[in-house]
Design a protein around this ligand. Sequence first.
Ligand code: SF4
Length: 235
Amino acid sequence: MSGLARSGVEYVDYALNAITGCRHGCPWCWAERFSKRLAGRFGYPADEPFEPTFRRKPLDHLAKTSRPGVVSVCWMGDMWGSWVPQHWINEVLAGMLDRPEHQYLLLTKNPAGYGRIMETPSNWWFGVSVQSWSVLHRIDKLKSIARPGANLWVSFEPIIGSLRLEEEVLEGLSWVVFGAMTGPDAKRYQESDIISIKHAVRLASKMGIPVFVKDNLMGRLVMDDIPRETPWSLL
Ligand code: SF4
């Protein structure tokens, strides 16, 4: 392989998985399931494939990826978990700084981790993942720790409960994505869940925030003009 692996996420072109593994222990984790399938191959440890691991090859592949695209940064784990050594993070960020032609999507459940870096290039997007109203505090934390001018986004996926979004929660965000829970534990949404997702989509759109609704939610939301926007396509 001469460049980065293609991503299966519909709004992402490439997957940069230089740091894998996670200790958050989410019961729905697709990354853990996938890591177990790759145990002993491609740099995933044979005995504990989801243990935090640094893998250099994806950074080599990034350096050889000539076509600009949208890159998910270390989504096969949480690069911003408190257990991740600083020198691993520095290596990944240095690789990103070397290739400024891409848009880089950072994502975490531990936004405090973003306090470990100083740079905020305009092609870096600092995200948190939120599954229900009970963890909206991650968005507050993201905003409180973000450096001035940083691009902030939220991945509402997999949605597992009511979102109960209000305007002040979305203020200051540059992008929001909504996606359903899929896979073996796919969620059966109640009407109240769907109403809360529709409300969130409409509210963000009304506020002028680009909104992307993933394929896995499209059939469940009966709405005119379901938005599929990315901020870089609007630049
Ligand atoms: S934070 Fe992400 S990678 Fe970590 S356990 Fe949860 S779903 Fe998996």
